[in-house]
Ligand binder design. Structure first.
Ligand code: ADP
Length: 227
């Protein structure tokens, strides 16, 4: 908890310092050029958006730690994957394909599922070239349904694969200080999937894309093929 508070404070301190700097300059009338003023205001706006997201993510994680209000019902996988694919396509202007073997159903919470897959699609879009597709693939062994989110991006080296699920862990922290993520997305995914009775794993080779695998309990008759 102490470490969590220290990390959260540190993450908030950086954007607050940036905001304070810009506000000081504004107060002193330093922006005589309208272009500079517009840039400063836009930077400040982005900083506030980022802080809001951070606070929202922190609240979500804290809530999940104290239990969850998820409602578990049988849910058909294919329509959910098409919905998140459409949303991801709109948000990122990317090709997102859906491949489902049979009529698969999981015992899950619809909002939580959407949240997890949208998060994984956002990451896939962020870390892979625009002209490569993102694939959603679902299959089952009868007991569990596995849903893969596959990208053809930068990948994650083996030694870092366990670390990416830790809170505030970001591989691109140093390289891209303006990156919008704060390293909480995958922690939230892992906490949500845990509450759904599932698991999340990653398979990747550096430079060769990533596959995030979400495994969830199958609903009864999950392996029946529609027909
Ligand atoms: P953020 O919101 O900052 O992206 P996440 O918790 O979602 O944080 O991810 C943590 C780190 O894992 C990211 O900084 C990134 O380095 C790495 N990562 C996540 N998804 C992918 C992916 N699809 N391809 C490559 N790296 C990824």
């Amino acid at each position: 908890m102490r470490r969590f508070l220290a990390d959260a404070s540190h993450e908030l301190r950086t954007p607050l310092t940036a905001l304070r700097g810009n506000l000081d300059l504004l107060r002193r009338g330093a922006f005589t050029d309208t272009g500079d003023l517009a840039t400063a205001l836009s930077d400040m706006h982005q900083t506030v958006v980022r802080m809001s997201r951070l606070v929202q993510d922190l609240l979500t994680l804290t809530r999940l730690e104290h239990g969850s209000d998820l409602v578990l019902t049988p849910i058909e996988v294919e329509p959910v994957l098409h919905e998140v694919a459409r949303a991801g396509q709109l948000a990122h202007d990317r090709t997102i394909t859906v491949e489902v073997s049979g009529k698969l159903r999981v015992v899950s919470d619809s909002d939580a599922l959407h949240r997890v897959f949208l998060n994984l699609i956002d990451n896939a879009a962020k870390y892979s070239p625009d002209d490569t597709p993102i694939q959603l693939r679902a299959h089952t062994d009868g007991q569990r349904v596995a849903i893969d989110v596959v990208d053809q991006g930068v990948g994650i080296p083996t030694e870092e694969q366990a670390l990416i699920f830790q809170r505030f862990y970001r591989r691109d922290k140093m390289r891209s200080p303006r990156s919008t993520g704060v390293g909480l997305g995958l922690s939230i995914c892992q906490a949500l999937v845990g509450h759904l009775g599932g698991s999340i794993a990653v398979r990747s080779e550096s430079g060769n894309g990533c596959t995030f695998i979400i495994s969830l309990p199958a609903a009864h008759h999950a392996n029946q093929v529609a027909g």
